[in-house]
Design a protein around this ligand. Structure first.
Ligand SMILES: [Zn+2]
Length: 162
Protein backbone atom coordinates (compact mmCIF):
# COMPACT_ATOMS: atom_id res chain seq x y z
CA UNK A 1 0.00 0.00 0.00
CA UNK A 2 1.21 3.46 -0.79
CA UNK A 3 2.05 5.42 2.36
CA UNK A 4 0.90 8.99 2.77
CA UNK A 5 3.12 11.50 4.57
CA UNK A 6 1.22 13.72 6.98
CA UNK A 7 2.77 16.60 8.90
CA UNK A 8 1.14 18.15 11.92
CA UNK A 9 0.76 21.90 11.36
CA UNK A 10 2.63 22.58 14.62
CA UNK A 11 5.65 20.57 13.35
CA UNK A 12 5.59 22.51 10.06
CA UNK A 13 5.65 25.79 12.00
CA UNK A 14 8.72 24.53 13.90
CA UNK A 15 10.42 23.81 10.54
CA UNK A 16 9.47 27.27 9.25
CA UNK A 17 10.94 28.96 12.32
CA UNK A 18 14.20 27.03 12.05
CA UNK A 19 14.52 27.69 8.27
CA UNK A 20 13.87 31.40 8.82
CA UNK A 21 16.60 31.47 11.46
CA UNK A 22 19.14 30.18 8.88
CA UNK A 23 18.22 31.71 5.50
CA UNK A 24 21.79 31.53 4.16
CA UNK A 25 22.75 28.00 5.18
CA UNK A 26 21.25 24.56 5.54
CA UNK A 27 19.63 23.59 8.80
CA UNK A 28 17.55 20.62 9.92
CA UNK A 29 16.79 18.28 12.77
CA UNK A 30 15.10 15.08 13.80
CA UNK A 31 11.46 14.11 13.30
CA UNK A 32 9.35 12.11 15.73
CA UNK A 33 5.96 10.72 14.83
CA UNK A 34 3.55 7.85 14.37
CA UNK A 35 3.16 5.09 11.83
CA UNK A 36 -0.30 3.96 10.73
CA UNK A 37 -0.99 1.23 8.14
CA UNK A 38 -1.47 3.86 5.42
CA UNK A 39 0.52 6.85 6.69
CA UNK A 40 3.63 8.25 8.31
CA UNK A 41 2.74 11.17 10.55
CA UNK A 42 5.29 13.76 11.74
CA UNK A 43 4.19 15.20 15.08
CA UNK A 44 7.36 16.87 16.41
CA UNK A 45 10.61 18.12 14.97
CA UNK A 46 13.79 19.61 16.45
CA UNK A 47 16.58 21.86 15.30
CA UNK A 48 20.08 20.42 14.67
CA UNK A 49 21.53 21.33 18.08
CA UNK A 50 23.96 23.96 19.39
CA UNK A 51 27.11 22.31 17.96
CA UNK A 52 25.69 21.76 14.45
CA UNK A 53 27.74 23.04 11.51
CA UNK A 54 25.62 25.03 9.04
CA UNK A 55 26.99 25.52 5.50
CA UNK A 56 25.22 26.79 2.36
CA UNK A 57 25.18 23.27 0.85
CA UNK A 58 25.41 21.02 3.89
CA UNK A 59 24.40 20.64 7.50
CA UNK A 60 26.14 18.50 10.08
CA UNK A 61 23.90 17.74 13.02
CA UNK A 62 24.99 17.90 16.63
CA UNK A 63 24.40 14.14 16.90
CA UNK A 64 24.45 13.99 20.70
CA UNK A 65 21.79 16.67 20.93
CA UNK A 66 19.69 15.01 18.20
CA UNK A 67 19.74 11.55 19.83
CA UNK A 68 18.81 13.05 23.19
CA UNK A 69 16.03 15.11 21.61
CA UNK A 70 14.65 12.07 19.78
CA UNK A 71 14.38 10.06 23.00
CA UNK A 72 12.89 12.98 24.87
CA UNK A 73 10.19 13.53 22.22
CA UNK A 74 9.45 9.78 21.97
CA UNK A 75 8.62 9.74 25.68
CA UNK A 76 5.81 12.24 25.11
CA UNK A 77 3.42 9.64 23.78
CA UNK A 78 2.71 6.00 23.14
CA UNK A 79 3.76 4.86 19.63
CA UNK A 80 5.94 7.94 19.09
CA UNK A 81 9.17 7.00 17.31
CA UNK A 82 12.20 8.67 15.81
CA UNK A 83 11.12 8.29 12.17
CA UNK A 84 13.71 10.34 10.30
CA UNK A 85 15.42 13.68 9.76
CA UNK A 86 14.56 16.86 7.93
CA UNK A 87 16.90 19.49 6.48
CA UNK A 88 16.70 22.59 4.32
CA UNK A 89 18.00 23.25 0.80
CA UNK A 90 18.12 27.05 0.58
CA UNK A 91 20.04 27.01 -2.72
CA UNK A 92 19.42 23.63 -4.34
CA UNK A 93 16.51 21.53 -5.64
CA UNK A 94 14.25 19.78 -3.16
CA UNK A 95 15.78 16.42 -3.98
CA UNK A 96 18.17 14.29 -1.91
CA UNK A 97 21.82 14.81 -2.85
CA UNK A 98 24.19 11.87 -3.11
CA UNK A 99 25.37 12.57 0.44
CA UNK A 100 21.75 12.85 1.64
CA UNK A 101 20.96 9.41 0.18
CA UNK A 102 24.05 7.86 1.78
CA UNK A 103 23.33 9.27 5.21
CA UNK A 104 19.62 8.32 4.90
CA UNK A 105 20.48 4.65 4.21
CA UNK A 106 23.15 4.61 6.90
CA UNK A 107 20.94 6.12 9.59
CA UNK A 108 18.05 3.83 8.55
CA UNK A 109 20.16 0.90 9.76
CA UNK A 110 21.12 2.16 13.20
CA UNK A 111 19.43 5.42 14.14
CA UNK A 112 15.81 5.62 13.03
CA UNK A 113 13.34 3.51 14.95
CA UNK A 114 10.94 2.63 12.14
CA UNK A 115 10.99 0.19 9.21
CA UNK A 116 10.02 2.98 6.79
CA UNK A 117 12.27 5.99 7.48
CA UNK A 118 11.32 9.42 6.25
CA UNK A 119 13.40 12.33 4.97
CA UNK A 120 11.91 15.79 4.53
CA UNK A 121 13.63 18.51 2.52
CA UNK A 122 12.46 22.09 3.07
CA UNK A 123 12.85 24.86 0.52
CA UNK A 124 13.65 28.52 1.25
CA UNK A 125 11.35 31.23 2.59
CA UNK A 126 8.96 32.89 2.27
CA UNK A 127 7.01 29.81 1.07
CA UNK A 128 9.17 27.05 2.63
CA UNK A 129 7.78 24.20 0.50
CA UNK A 130 8.36 20.63 1.68
CA UNK A 131 9.17 17.40 -0.14
CA UNK A 132 9.07 14.00 1.54
CA UNK A 133 11.06 10.86 0.74
CA UNK A 134 10.38 7.41 2.17
CA UNK A 135 13.04 4.72 2.24
CA UNK A 136 11.66 1.27 1.41
CA UNK A 137 13.79 -0.88 -0.90
CA UNK A 138 14.41 2.38 -2.76
CA UNK A 139 13.74 6.06 -2.05
CA UNK A 140 10.26 7.19 -3.09
CA UNK A 141 9.11 10.79 -3.35
CA UNK A 142 5.72 11.52 -1.73
CA UNK A 143 4.09 14.96 -1.59
CA UNK A 144 3.38 15.66 2.09
CA UNK A 145 0.04 16.90 3.45
CA UNK A 146 -0.43 19.18 6.47
CA UNK A 147 -2.91 18.03 9.12
CA UNK A 148 -4.35 19.53 12.32
CA UNK A 149 -4.69 18.10 15.84
CA UNK A 150 -8.20 16.72 15.17
CA UNK A 151 -6.94 14.64 12.22
CA UNK A 152 -3.96 13.51 14.30
CA UNK A 153 -6.35 12.17 16.97
CA UNK A 154 -8.03 9.93 14.37
CA UNK A 155 -4.67 8.53 13.29
CA UNK A 156 -3.59 7.88 16.90
CA UNK A 157 -6.24 5.13 17.13
CA UNK A 158 -4.64 3.39 14.11
CA UNK A 159 -1.02 3.74 15.18
CA UNK A 160 1.35 0.77 14.87
CA UNK A 161 4.05 0.49 17.51
CA UNK A 162 6.93 -1.03 15.55
ZN1 LIG B 1 20.43 17.81 1.31
Amino acid sequence: MRLQVLILDKAYRQIQREVNRHPDAETGGIMVGLRAPDALIVTDVSGPGPDAIHQPFSIRFDEKYCERKARQLERRGKHLRYIGDWHSHPFSKLKPSKVDKQSFSFKAMNHYRTPTPLMIIAGPGPLIPLQAFILTNKIINVPPTLIDQATLRQYKTKAIST
